[in-house]
Design a protein around this ligand. Sequence first.
Ligand code: PGA
Length: 265
Amino acid sequence: MKNRKKMIVANWKMNVTSEKDAVGLFNSIKSVVAKLDYTQMICCPPHMYVNQVAKQVNHPNYRVGGQDAYPEESGSRTGETSVLMMKNSGAEYVILGHSERRHLETKSDVARKVTAVLEHGLKPIICIGEEARDKNWKKTLQQQLKDVFNRVPKKEPENIIIAYEPIWAISSDKKNPATSTEYMEALEVIKKELQKIFKTAKAVEKIRFLYGGSLDDKNIEDFLRHAEVNGFLVGRVSHDPRILMTMFRLIEDHVQKEIFAQINE
Ligand code: PGA
């Protein structure tokens, strides 16, 4: 789908440790984000600050998401945050199946969470990715998609976001992001599988696709120039306003150039 803003999903993980810092960080970026023409930011604070951050939201260019949600509304689940709590706290998106959580949950847990999030009118950001580019990497992606979507109602593709996050590229100490070529190879596999699952190309066109894994202001241009990407999921740089600002500027410049090129065609 054309004319959609590019998304930057800022996954703060467990790196912002007080309400004051969470609100302060959000407010330090929001006035700039409000002025962007082609970019939207989804800020995903730790659960306990979602509510406070969501209270600062007063512009459609920025939104708030959770980093996970339990797939029931309430009950005897010590330590969990339910999907209803997330919604009532002001989250509109929820990151699900992140590789840092997959060892804590089964594939059916991820599918249940995606279903519950959609049922509550929220948008799941579903993370998938292979551990290594071994001989089975394509099968791994296909299987992860089957595991989720075989159990999830096949409706509202416009509310579904898939983040391709190869595990070997996430927060890599060697700063080893995938390249736009590797992302495009994965996107082809993902789209083909989704087409089988959703049965129509139209549905797949409505799904948004993000790249995540050691992305920053240095390598984002490779993806902007050479990849078909609706946005990015960032971790390590997501709480660095200076780097985020540069990334926003690069996205805005790129989209503007694309629009001018289309006009002049
Ligand atoms: P990274 O994290 O940008 O630090 O690699 C991405 C993620 O884990 O979502």
